[in-house]
Design a protein around this ligand. Structure first.
Ligand code: SF4
Length: 304
C-alpha cells in the first residue's frame, strides 16, 4: 500500500509529498463523471481505514529519505475528509513536519460538519472543489451520495471562511454541456461573490474520465471566466487544449483585456504573440500595468 507518494515538484508548492488516506481503493461520497479513478458506489464512511500511526511511520520514513520538502498534500483515492481521524492525524503531522506547509484537497462535501471544519483549520492551505451551485448540477455531475445538498455545502463554506484566515482556494471543474451553461455559471458567480475565497481555479478534464464526458478548450474556459464578476480572483488552471494560435494585441486591447479579467503569465503565453508580450512589458515599465500577487500567482492587472 502506497500511503505516501511523490515527491513532486511544482512551481506553486515547491517539493511536495502526498499522503493518500485511502490507498487500498476508491472511497468517496461523490462519483464524479470526470473522476480519473474508475466509477465506484458512493459511500458515507470509510470501509478501509488506515491508522494514524501507520501514516506517521510512512511519512517519517519519507521525510528522512526526501530532504527539503516544502509541502505535505493530504489527499485520497476518494474524499480525504471521510477519513475518521483527520484532526488527530494533523496533530501528529504537526509534531514532525517542522516548517513544512500542509495542504488538503477536498471535494468540499463535508464542510458543514463542525468536526471537519475543526480538522481543516489545522492546514496552511485548504482547497475545496465546487463544481456546481445548484443541486440539479451536483447530482448530475458529481453524482453525490444521497443526503448531500448543495445548500449545506455552501453554508458550510461560508461559516468555514469566516474563521479560516489562511488561503482558501476553490476549484471549479467545468465539463462540456453540463456545468458550462449560463445559469450554472451565474449561480456559482453569485455564491463565490459572497464567499470571497483567496483564489478560484477554473479547470476542465485533464485525464481520461470515468464516464464519457468532454473537456473544454482553453478558449472556452477563458470565455467562461469572463462570465464571472471581474472582482473574483480567477485563475485558469487547464491549458492543455489550446485551439487558437497566440494573437496580436495593441496597447489598447491589452489594457481592455486586463480590465475584463487579470491574466497570469501562463495566460499571456497562450494568448499573446511575441510582439504583444513586448508591448505588455513596455506597459509594465510605464506602470500602466502591474503584477499583483495572489496566493502563489502573479496576476497582471491594469493600473489605469
Ligand atoms: S470527488 Fe474526487 S475522488 Fe471523488 S469521485 Fe469526484 S473526482 Fe473522484
Amino acid at each position: 500500500m502506497n500511503i505516501i507518494f511523490g515527491p513532486v515538484n511544482s512551481r506553486r508548492f515547491g517539493k511536495s509529498l502526498g499522503i493518500d488516506l485511502s490507498p487500498s481503493k476508491k472511497q468517496c461520497n461523490f462519483d464524479c463523471l470526470y473522476c480519473e479513478l474508475d466509477p465506484a458506489k458512493t459511500i458515507e464512511i470509510y470501509e478501509d481505514v488506515i491508522s494514524v500511526q501507520e501514516i506517521i511511520e510512512a511519512l517519517t520514513l519519507s521525510l528522512k529519505t526526501d530532504q527539503d520538502i516544502d509541502a505535505i498534500t493530504v489527499t485520497a483515492n476518494g474524499e480525504p475528509t471521510l477519513y475518521p481521524y483527520l484532526s488527530e492525524l494533523l496533530d501528529e503531522i504537526e509534531k514532525i513536519k517542522g516548517s513544512i506547509k500542509t495542504l488538503i484537497l477536498s471535494n468540499g462535501s463535508r464542510i458543514s460538519d463542525l468536526k471537519v471544519q475543526e480538522a481543516l483549520m489545522k492546514f496552511d492551505t485548504v482547497k475545496l472543489s465546487l463544481d456546481c451551485a445548484t443541486n440539479r448540477c451536483l447530482k448530475r455531475l458529481d453524482r453525490s451520495h444521497e443526503n448531500i445538498s448543495v445548500e449545506d455545502i455552501k453554508q458550510g463554506m461560508l461559516s468555514f471562511r469566516e474563521k479560516f484566515n489562511n488561503p482558501l482556494i476553490i476549484e471549479v471543474l467545468i465539463v462540456k454541456s453540463i456545468n458550462d451553461k449560463k445559469e450554472e455559471i451565474e449561480a456559482l458567480n453569485e455564491f463565490l461573490l459572497t464567499l470571497n475565497p483567496t483564489r478560484i481555479d477554473i479547470g476542465t478534464i485533464d485525464r481520461p474520465p470515468a464516464y464519457n464526458v468532454e473537456a473544454l478548450s482553453y478558449e472556452e474556459l477563458r470565455a467562461i471566466s469572463l462570465q464571472f464578476d471581474t472582482s473574483l480572483p480567477i485563475y485558469i488552471a487547464s491549458r492543455k487544449k489550446v485551439t487558437k494560435k497566440p494573437s496580436a494585441y495593441s496597447n489598447g486591447e491589452i489594457l481592455q483585456t486586463l480590465k475584463k479579467r487579470p491574466l497570469t503569465q501562463e495566460d499571456i503565453d497562450v494568448l499573446f504573440d511575441t510582439e504583444s508580450k513586448d508591448r505588455l512589458n513596455i506597459l509594465i515599465e510605464e506602470q500602466r500595468v502591474k503584477a499583483v500577487y495572489n496566493a502563489e500567482y502573479d496576476f497582471f492587472v491594469c493600473s489605469e
